[in-house]
Design a binder for this molecule. Structure first.
Ligand code: 13P
Ligand code: SF4
Length: 354
């Protein structure tokens, strides 16, 4: 029997016989090769206090799929970037508690300038957003005066304000296709997502040279080895991965699209090439499938955990609701410019859901 490998979130991962290592007091009862919760994810007292504060504040808690399982489990809505932006746009809650990274909460604030937006950790950034500062972006755009600007939502409010339309990985293909075929386009800030969209749409895109520090370090060689070891497994990858990874994938898509693929595939083993937080929902939805997180190039690191997303913890979530701080703010004038390309994306998604 194999060994259980507990990742930092408390999952038991593929290839393991859970009972081998955990013992009779653990809730895990199956010896299937699945990612299985090996312990309760949140202290019930913490959950009860978050519930009390949620009622007191008239708050909605939005959480991304890359958040730790405890946060996902207390959230009102868990989803990808598009879904969370849509939820933020639609909510009638008085307070938005956003468990994700800065650009996600900032998007919620741009869409809701009059609401209080709280975040567990205000310093949770994103290498894509940080790698495309607005001043440098504006200077670069000056070289493409005839181009329309499509920006991935993983960017700052100031970079959004320089854009014609925003997209997420859920709707990037649709957004690019919404322009006339002869319209030259710039795509920023993720060059790997941009390259994938260019391939899918057959459109030449001028790419800003940004990348996600998590998705760019998955190892193509180690993925090949994993596929050889699991010949019946299918591979699902996020389009922020380099082409050499995407070429090995049976399915490429956003986090929600990867989850939909995992539900519908008849395969019993799925190699997952994105941030490991997604395994929580995937395992809940597919208790009988083996989920195999893809390795990074360096065996010693937890490369498939986003260091920014992981700054948020359930304790910090509780603290931000209790203290009404940290609050995310956006300069109102900047917000009025940034909301224009965001609204265009939301309108397009309403017309024909991505
Ligand atoms: P999704 O919109 O697919 O959830 O992606 C967000 C993200 O930050 C991926 O790294
Ligand atoms: Fe940004 Fe990458 Fe983290 Fe997503 S996984 S928030 S793109 S650094």
């Amino acid at each position: 029997m194999g060994k259980v490998h507990l990742d930092p979130q408390g999952f038991s991962l593929a290839g393991a016989s859970a009972l081998d290592d955990i013992g009779p007091h653990n809730p895990v009862e199956s010896s299937a090769m699945i990612a299985t919760p090996a312990r309760p994810f949140a202290d019930p007292a913490v959950v009860a206090e978050i519930d009390r504060l949620r009622r007191e504040l008239h708050a909605v808690i939005l959480a991304h799929f890359y958040q730790e399982p405890a946060i996902q489990d207390v959230a009102d809505h868990v989803g990808d970037s598009l879904y969370l932006a849509q939820q933020a746009a639609a909510t009638d809650a008085e307070v938005i508690v956003f468990a994700g990274v800065h650009f996600m909460a900032e998007t919620a604030k741009i869409l809701n300038p009059d609401k209080l937006v709280l975040v567990p950790d205000l310093t949770a950034g994103c290498s894509l957003a940080d790698g495309c500062p607005a001043e440098a972006f504006a200077a670069w755009l000056a070289g493409y005066p005839d181009h329309k600007v499509v920006s991935y939502i993983n960017c700052s409010a100031a970079t959004k304000a320089l854009s014609d339309i925003i997209c997420t990985s859920s709707n990037a293909v649709r957004v690019v296709e919404s322009f006339p075929p002869d319209q030259p386009l710039v795509f920023a800030p993720d060059r790997f997502l941009g390259r994938w969209v260019a391939k899918e749409t057959g459109r030449p895109l001028v790419l800003w040279p940004g990348s996600c520090e998590v998705h760019e370090v998955f190892s193509a060689i180690r993925l090949e080895e994993l596929r050889e070891a699991h010949p019946d497994a299918v591979v699902a990858a996020h389009p922020e991965c380099p082409e050499i990874i995407l070429d090995q994938a049976d399915h490429v898509g956003s986090t929600s699209s990867i989850l939909a693929f995992a539900r519908r595939t008849p395969a019993r083993e799925i190699i997952v090439v994105t941030e490991a937080g997604i395994l929580h929902q995937m395992q809940k939805e597919n208790p009988d499938k083996a989920l195999i997180p893809a390795p990074g190039a360096d065996e010693t690191c937890s490369c498939n955990l986003c260091p920014h997303m992981r700054k948020n913890t359930i304790a910090k979530l509780l603290a931000c609701m209790r203290d009404r701080s940290p609050e995310l703010t956006v300069d109102p004038a900047l917000g009025r410019r940034a909301v224009v390309p965001l609204d265009r994306m939301l309108a397009l998604s309403r017309q024909s859901p991505a």
